[in-house]
Write a new protein. Structure first.
Length: 269
């Protein structure tokens, strides 16, 4: 091709596309001059950083760290059956019925006792006859008291807290109850048991006597408790706890298994 023709072709302009084919250009958004855009800069020494969840980086108190570490250790290590049985607490519905019944048999507080004795002293001072009243049936609390009542077969139902620390304080109670054929159960919360007897915490409580109108409710509770604890003794004494690995360990094992499976598949061809 001659040089002149090539130069002419280069100088030619390409025809513009038809009006229909032209894309509608987006209109620029009109900005209000009163509101100026000021993008934040989160570099060092610049704008204040946004609030983040820093709970992972908090230096927690020692007691919080210890209870968390203990919970993890109970998951990782193999826990023997006598300790592991305390993880099997009573179901919520039965526990609610149990605590509802226990509310009726709470022991009197110091204030109530003082008021009762004051009224009795006033009657005696005024010359009235002092007639001793029969003691109302109440729940008995404390591991020593409960142990004595179980050994003398006066306890009708024993309730043990699941989170007693150290656990050795109540570890023998389930075995003792089974030996003496006394119904027992494990419930969540030493603090919940403590509220029943006007204390901060309580290891165990037991029913010794109930009023005639509550005997049916207690009998139902005893049946449910026996099915869940006393009659499942063989199953409970074989069941170990713990042995649950963390996410990192599980991921590492899964990776090794995958590599072994891949190697085996290559060998098999």
């Amino acid at each position: 091709m001659p040089k002149g023709k090539l130069a002419r072709l280069k100088g030619k302009k390409v025809a513009p596309p038809p009006a229909v084919a032209r894309k509608a250009e987006p209109k620029k958004k009109e900005q209000n001059p009163l509101f100026e855009k000021r993008p934040r800069n989160y570099g060092i020494g610049q704008d204040i950083q946004p609030k983040r969840d820093l709970s992972r980086f908090v230096r927690w108190p020692k007691y919080v760290r210890l209870q968390r570490q203990r919970a993890i250790l109970y998951k990782r290590l193999k826990v023997p059956p006598p300790i592991n049985q305390f993880t099997q607490a009573l179901d919520r519905q039965t526990a609610t019925q149990l605590f509802r019944l226990a509310q009726k048999y709470r022991p009197e507080t110091k204030v109530e006792r003082k008021r009762r004795l004051m009224e009795r002293a006033k009657k005696r001072a005024s010359g009235k006859e002092d007639v001793p009243k029969t003691r109302p049936p109440v729940i008995r609390s404390g591991v020593n008291t409960v142990t004595t009542l179980v050994e003398s077969k006066k306890a009708q139902l024993v309730v043990i807290a699941h989170d007693v620390d150290p656990i050795e304080l109540v570890m023998f109670l389930p075995a003792l109850c089974r030996k003496m054929n006394v119904p027992y159960c494990i419930v969540k919360g030493k603090a919940r048991l403590g509220r029943l007897v006007h204390r901060k915490t309580c290891t165990s409580v037991c029913f010794t006597q109930v009023n005639p109108e509550d005997k049916g409710a207690l009998a139902k509770l005893i049946d449910a408790v026996k099915n869940n604890y006393n009659e499942r003794f063989d199953e409970i004494r074989r069941h170990w706890g713990g042995g649950v690995m963390g996410n990192k360990s599980l991921a590492r094992i899964a990776k090794l298994e995958k590599a072994k499976a891949k190697e085996l598949a290559q060998k098999m061809g």
